[in-house]
Design a binder for this molecule. Structure first.
Ligand code: UD1
Length: 417
């Protein structure tokens, strides 16, 4: 159990860089086994989820090491296509190994993935995409057995732009016979990052960032590499923390267009947002204003992962903000905890209503999930007195040395293990 000690009421001030993206790193780690190759990755965050992906690679016979932000993988020694349940359950992204293993071995045996409890999170779209390429998949009590032999290209239409299903289909399509067209694809920046990496591995792939991704096979290379871009959700968390504390924070080395919807709402709340190609500064107003209605949506819409931290930033904003969550059924679990600080939030189904209060008072909280936990840190920074946040490892799955990062910006935060 980890415990965050947060003494709120200090403005966050200063400039910092943002860690590499977790959600870009994980599918790329899985993709490294699509063909026998050595991969060098830079700017990979040191996180529990990354560690879990490296352990899966090692379990499958690959060499996989992380030194600081550098990860090197040698997938030439791959000698298995089964992932045990204990490794699958550590995170959601373990499911992306399915497409990678089918591409490489023509088969995979694994179980349903873990990850944050945000709702049902089925994988029917993943399985349907793989079946359309010729995979035979049996499901039995949470175990999944995929047999494919040689896959064939297909015209796949995703009824919802699932990030994970798009990634799995892209990976499986790499070694399929012929051309695969994925329509209704997710357009998140992480899809573009995966495409960039797969190209260095020799894949002929295009369209990432649009709703149609086309894969036309792979001329395997022996060496591949890429540099992981900064994490847009950690960046969103930092600007929300600046906003919650009336602070002034500059994020360097990041493309603000990747989280412009978050910046737009902070601007509407009364923050000055000063953007360039590679940085953004958020100078918060003394008291924020409510922003009307926020609706989460697939990229380029407002990201569901930033919803809890924006909610936390707006707890003291004057007026009423309504948040509609359209991606996950159960993503307001942080709300009840935030109310312990004195926040006024009413949740009804997929809508939350926040009435700004004058002040928040520190309290003892328990992290509910990764981004919900981050929201509690943001709220604690804006509260008076001490907040104790107990966490069974959710936050460190996605935030690298976040306590130190916040301290460097002037926060009074200590993380005790
Ligand atoms: C990824 C991100 C996660 C983010 C989410 C949405 C990673 C590791 N995780 O998760 O942080 O919150 O995108 O931006 O990149 N769905 C189905 N059937 C499926 C697949 C998904 O019904 O087969 C539903 C899900 O239950 C959910 C919605 O589609 O309601 C979005 O899921 P998806 O885009 O697949 O998210 P993940 O890839 O799991």
């Amino acid at each position: 159990m980890e415990c965050w000690h947060i003494r709120g009421g200090r403005r966050l001030e200063g400039a910092c860089f943002v860690q590499g993206s977790k959600n870009a790193s994980l599918p790329i780690l899985a993709a490294s086994l699509v063909c026998p190759a050595e991969t060098e990755l830079e700017n990979v965050p040191c996180l529990r989820d990354v560690d879990a992906a490296l352990r899966i690679l090692r379990h499958l016979g690959c060499r996989a090491e992380q030194r600081g932000g550098s990860v090197s993988i040698d997938s030439r020694g791959l000698n298995g296509s089964e992932i045990p349940r204990r490794l699958m359950e550590e995170m959601r992204s373990s499911v992306i190994f399915m497409g990678a293993l089918i591409a490489r071995c023509g088969q995979a045996r694994l179980s349903l993935p873990g990850g944050c409890q945000l709702g049902k999170r089925p994988i029917d779209l993943h399985l349907s995409a793989l079946r359309q390429m010729g995979a035979q998949i049996e499901e039995d009590g949470g175990e999944i057995l995929c047999r494919a032999g040689k896959l064939h290209g297909a015209e796949i239409s995703l009824p919802f732009p699932s990030v994970g299903a798009t990634e799995n289909a892209m990976l499986a399509a790499c070694t399929a016979e012929g051309k695969t067209v994925i329509r209704g694809a997710a357009r998140e920046p992480e899809i573009g990052a995966l495409q960039d990496y797969l190209r260095t591995l020799g894949a002929r792939i295009s369209g990432a960032g649009t709703d149609t991704v086309t894969v036309e096979g792979l001329q395997a290379k022996e060496h591949a590499s890429c540099r992981i871009a900064p994490d847009r959700i950690v960046a969103s968390t930092l600007v929300c923390a600046a906003a919650a504390t009336g602070g002034d924070v500059e994020l360097r080395g990041i493309d603000p267009r990747q989280f412009s919807t978050v910046l737009d709402f902070l601007n509407r709340a009364g923050c000055d947002i000063i953007s360039s190609d590679r940085s953004v500064r958020c100078r918060a107003a003394q008291r924020l204003k409510a922003v009307g209605e926020v609706v989460t949506a697939p990229y380029p819409g407002f990201p569901t992962d930033a919803q809890p931290v924006l909610m936390a930033a707006l707890l003291r904003a004057e007026g009423r903000t309504k948040i509609k969550e359209t991606i996950f059924e159960n993503r307001f679990r942080q709300a009840a905890e935030l109310c312990r600080l004195g926040a006024d939030i009413t949740v009804s189904g997929r809508t939350a209503e926040i009435w700004g209060v004058e002040r928040l008072q520190g309290a003892a909280l328990t992290a509910t999930d990764l981004r919900g936990g981050a929201a509690m840190i943001v709220a604690g920074l804006g509260a008076e007195g001490e907040t104790l946040l107990f966490d069974e490892g959710h936050i460190t799955r996605g935030y690298e040395r976040f306590d130190a990062r916040l301290r460097a910006l002037g926060a009074d935060v200590v993380l005790e293990y």
